[in-house]
Design a protein around this ligand. Structure first.
Ligand SMILES: [Zn+2]
Length: 357
């Protein structure tokens, strides 16, 4: 895969390609936007483009060509943020690429997660460090930041840039963010930190202000549909899921997983609803996540019905249901029984024939 195979985000990709080609890259980048739109894939492609061993053909150096237009990175509000000191040219030689070749050792190693200079910091990394289930890692902790900081101060092993992709950076707790901030205040040369955050506001303003921020918008339904088809789903299922996805491939995948599981469970009537709630996973954190997905499914389904059927006299009833469901959805982030919340949501929805099917 290279940038060319990523659907959507063309403006952000153009900016990243310009940065990669210039060889002057800000030490911290922030990719913000809802989950499941491809931010991680874009970050990985950027790391590949920066470290790709396949260099474009040599061109005359700018100072030798007095008539050449000066090459500039793409204009961006964060352009006052200083670029990483040094840069790869001269260290490892050659002109920087603006995209990955996908064939060289560096590209292949990054793709497989085995590149020694490109590290992914996420729940799985922390779970491995703590010898705990990755799914239980709700926040990224200071020890995790300290652990990868050891690599920040080591020499590059193989490539011009060391790249640290911090996935779900919005889950960094306050201590971890302060440790991260120290790194960003005096970043060692040739290190790049890409913070991927679904909730930008969970980050300290001082981290945001030191980062070159790119906002990632939701994908279009057609783009989600194409990505689901590429993943092997039949066209009709891809089409149905994309309509409910809200522009997020992750959400489409979550909905598919829950729908598949519910295929054999009755979901109507008080008895069916009780049975469904009892069928949630035994582990509380998994049950809560699944209840959230089901609430999202009900909200999306209610919105769809409101758009198609609710224009008439039922409009206020659909609007009231959506408002109620959004209120119940908030409870799932608090210490309230997820079973009771889900039960209430399903009963309210059933009155207007809004269901999980
Ligand atoms: Zn390559």
């Amino acid at each position: 895969m290279s940038f060319a195979n990523i659907l959507g985000h063309s403006r952000n990709i153009a900016r990243l390609k310009a940065l990669a080609a210039s060889g002057r890259v800000p030490p911290a980048l922030l990719f913000a936007g809802v989950e499941g739109t491809g931010k991680f894939l874009v970050a990985k492609e950027f790391a590949k483009a920066l470290n790709c061993l396949h260099k474009p053909a040599e061109e005359p150096a700018a100072e030798e060509n007095l008539f050449a237009a000066p090459s500039k990175p793409a204009p961006h509000p964060s352009s006052l943020i200083p670029s990483a000191r040094g840069g790869p040219a001269g260290l490892f030689g050659g002109h920087p690429s603006d995209d990955a070749c996908d064939k060289c050792v560096s590209c292949l190693q990054i793709e497989s997660g085995a590149h020694p200079d490109v590290r992914i910091i996420d729940a799985a990394f922390q779970g491995f460090l703590l010898d705990e289930d990755a799914r239980k890692q709700k926040t990224l902790k200071i020890d995790t930041v300290r652990e990868f900081t050891r690599y920040v101060y080591r020499k590059n092993l193989f490539s011009p840039w060391k790249v640290f992709i911090i996935n779900d950076a919005h889950t960094l707790n306050l201590n971890a963010q302060n440790a991260m901030l120290k790194l960003l205040e005096e970043p060692p040369p040739n290190n790049i930190f890409i913070l991927i955050a679904a909730k930008k506001n969970s980050l300290l303003p001082t981290i945001i202000s030191r980062s070159y921020a790119l906002d990632f918008k939701e994908l279009g339904a057609a783009e989600v549909e194409e990505l689901l088809e590429r993943a092997g789903l039949p066209l009709d299922e891809a089409s149905r899921l994309s309509e409910l996805s809200g522009g997020s491939v992750k959400k489409a995948g979550d909905i598919k997983r829950v729908r598949d599981r519910l295929a054999s469970v009755a979901v109507s009537g008080p008895a069916g609803i009780f049975k469904l709630v009892s069928s949630l996973p035994k582990e509380p954190y998994l049950a809560r996540e699944e209840a959230k997905i089901m609430l999202d499914m009900l909200i999306l389904s209610a919105r769809k019905k409101w758009l198609t059927e609710g224009r008439g006299q039922n409009a206020p009833r659909f609007a009231a249901l959506i408002k109620k469901l959004l209120g119940l959805r908030k409870f799932l982030n608090q210490n309230v029984s997820h079973g009771l919340v889900l039960e209430a949501a399903l009963l309210e929805s059933e009155n207007l024939s809004v269901s999980l099917r």
